[in-house]
Design a protein around this ligand. Structure first.
Ligand code: PMP
Length: 355
């Protein structure tokens, strides 16, 4: 730390992203929940033909992109804000809807960026522990004041909540905002986007990074009432008006136009998930029920940290969180069938080496 660093950030513990090794071909990469499939070829073609002149700034309102997102979900365009990854809309939501008086409420085991956003913005947080079986009960939030952040499906557990439970929470207190982070919703979850037309206190955040194979493009968005989106735009225009670059915007439109490609890839990932879960359970692993493109696994035969290290020695990357309650678990992204076969083969070898 330099002697110039503002004291307001000196205690900030930044988010630690999953490893992104440069010699990528060396590893079977199952650690950051990316799609193993390339972005849609039709989208690339569309983007090449429609990118705005790059000597000009990008459209600060991302009009065409937000219109396409709005049409995809059957909402009004002024209910959509496009951002630089969904991390950005989440940060904007912490900036707009939490502070020292109005805390951020979120689970003890959830997306690791939430506490960082809260600290960055000087917001108070109240941690609401998951139940012993890692499920989230909305009853633990009802009756408490503060802005709620729920990843649905949750990460790193993969467990999802039914839409009826989200609605019960949103309806229970019209005077607080509920943010539903749906980064993984396309792999079997139920989206709450429809509720944004009925309630003005829900913000749904989604991303192009997972089901849409565009993590490197950095594109996400929020959908909520016109008033919520207007607040978030105030924050955006005070931070980075040109937050979406023209190339990413054009790709985003192309990807949405080729929805069938995304749907096919999601089906393949869900099939590969079922295949992997079955094989792991046959080896004695505990696997939480996942509605995401990853699974959360543990075994009595091997500790989570050791399993992660041994897999890495065999050139398979998964994610281990050395944190209370989950240090014996590993999160494994679901990839192509050949990648999952390599992962299962390595797992079998590791277990054999243990006996
Ligand atoms: N929410 C959750 C739960 C995530 O796991 C991630 C990915 N790390 C994000 C949001 C952010 O993804 P992105 O910024 O790539 O849209």
């Amino acid at each position: 730390m330099s002697r110039f660093f503002s004291s307001k950030y000196s205690a900030l513990e930044p988010y630690v992203p999953g490893e992104q090794p440069s010699g990528m071909s060396e590893y079977v990469k199952l650690n950051t929940n990316e799609s193993p499939f390339p972005p849609s070829a039709a989208a690339k073609e569309y983007a090449l033909s429609s990118t705005r002149a790059l000597n000009l700034y990008s459209d600060p309102d991302s009009v065409e992109l937000t219109r396409t997102i709005a049409e995809t979900y059957g909402v009004e365009r002024n209910m959509v804000l496009a951002t630089n990854g969904s991390d950005e809309i989440l940060n904007f939501a912490f900036m707009a809807f939490t502070d020292i008086y109005n805390p951020a409420l979120f689970a003890d085991i959830t997306y690791g960026f939430y506490p960082v956003f809260a600290d960055l913005n000087g917001s108070r947080t109240e941690i609401v522990p998951l139940r012993d079986d890692f499920t989230l009960s909305v009853d633990d939030y009802i009756g408490r004041k503060g802005t709620v952040f729920i990843a649905n499906p949750n990460a790193p557990t993969g467990i999802s909540l039914p839409l009826s439970e989200i609605e019960r929470l949103v309806a229970s207190d019209p005077d607080r905002v509920v943010v539903i982070d749906e980064a993984y919703v396309d792999f079997g979850g139920e989206s709450a986007v429809g509720l944004t037309k009925k309630y003005d206190n829900i913000l749904v955040c989604q991303t192009f990074s997972k089901s849409r194979s565009f993590a490197g493009g950095r594109l996400g968005y929020g959908i909520g009432s016109e008033a919520l989106i207007s607040d978030l735009n105030t924050v955006k225009y005070s931070t980075n008006p040109y937050n979406i670059n023209s190339m990413t915007s054009a790709m985003g439109i192309g990807i949405l136009k080729d929805g069938e490609y995304t749907a096919t890839n999601c089906r393949t990932i869900m099939e590969n998930r079922d295949y992997t879960v079955k094989a792991l359970k046959a080896m004695g692993f505990r696997v939480l029920p996942s509605s995401a493109n990853f699974i959360f696994v543990s075994s009595d035969k091997i500790d989570g940290g050791e399993y992660y290290r041994k897999l890495k020695e065999k050139k398979i990357l998964v994610r281990h969180f050395d944190k209370p309650r989950i240090s014996s678990w590993c999160r494994v992204s679901i990839g192509r069938r050949d990648q999952m076969e390599a992962f299962l083969k390595a797992t079998e070898e590791i277990l054999k080496e243990k006996v």
